[in-house]
Design a protein around this ligand. Sequence first.
Ligand code: SF4
Ligand code: SF4
Length: 390
Amino acid sequence: MGTTLKLLELLLRQKLLGQGLKGEPHTPLIVSYAVTRACNLRCLHCHVSAREAMPNELNLQEATAAIDEMHSLGTEAVIFSGGEPLLRKDFVLALAQHCDDLGIIPAMLSNGLLITPHTALQLQEAGIKAIGIPIDSVVPECHDRLRNLPGTFQKAVQAIKTCLEIDLEVVITTMALKDTYSEMPQRLQFLSELGVDEVAVYDLIPVGRGKDVMDNAMTMEQRVNLIRWLQSKQENTEMVFAMSGGLPMYPEIACEMHRSHGTKAKDLLIKEFWIHQGIGCHAGNMYFSLRPNGDIYPCTFLPIKVGNIREQSLTEIWRNSPVLNTLRQRHTLKGKCGTCEYREGCGGCRGRAYACTGDYLETDPVCLRDLMIEEKVSPADIKRFGWCVG
Ligand code: SF4
Ligand code: SF4
């Protein structure tokens, strides 16, 4: 089935059943593929510490074969990321086209610096369905400081306009930090004036260079306030939000809030990525990350190598990796997550647990249990999770 048909099916499913992507347990429904470690920026919080290309990045033949195998495993969407994926533009265009031919939805995360009108058209023609572009502040200097290069704000804004002009879907990725979180109303207003209607709000996970700026992560109180505020905002605007960076329970909490307020989130692309399986952290369950050199991680934010596709087939790694199989058994969790009534439906962010404790099965220190109890999200009724963008 081609991508157009797949999107039509998703749209119908959303309209008629209120559902997004759906998959069997242990199907890698979404794959994040970092095509290169090279980047034209050195963002202060980059979770993959992007710099120069790895010496042994996959070639087109290897990457195409990997996508064929993803297809046979049931993958429905591939998100190309990096580094900056457009530093391998021809490679991404060829792979996006291949995904499109197979009926896999291709999307891309980019810092926007290399998105010219010509490139945007090429991406669209290759089948790229949506592009995630970062805006981290409405104060240009503040965005540029985090992105570590003057002028990046203006270039990202230009890239957004360029994509929107040709109706190429844009999802803004935006960091919520301790010292910038209160700016969110102005930020969303600014984005709305640009014509953006889908925003993924990132929390900071201490991975890669993110470790060095953890002092600036939101407090728990700020995080909960932000979730509540985004939901109330969603009731009154055309915008739809996701939260990323280890908060996969956001859709379930937001849906419960909508239900109790008698409102409903809009049917936009980002909602299609509210996945209908109540498993919370999907690392190794319905998601994995392919690294530039062929290594497989359970999640971009959980940098544990579980195999390499040059040494073993992807299918073999996906089915037989001890780490992936352990992640699929929530009774193996330890600490607070191990004894929690939300263990099966939430499971905590395994990436953050690993970053904070050195053990991927330990307690996730950022826990939304109190909020879920307050919002009457029952452990038995958890039906969906939001894909963690990375
Ligand atoms: S303790 Fe918190 S993070 Fe862990 S499973 Fe329970 S609700 Fe989720
Ligand atoms: S480890 Fe799980 S919760 Fe954390 S970012 Fe990855 S998929 Fe999301």
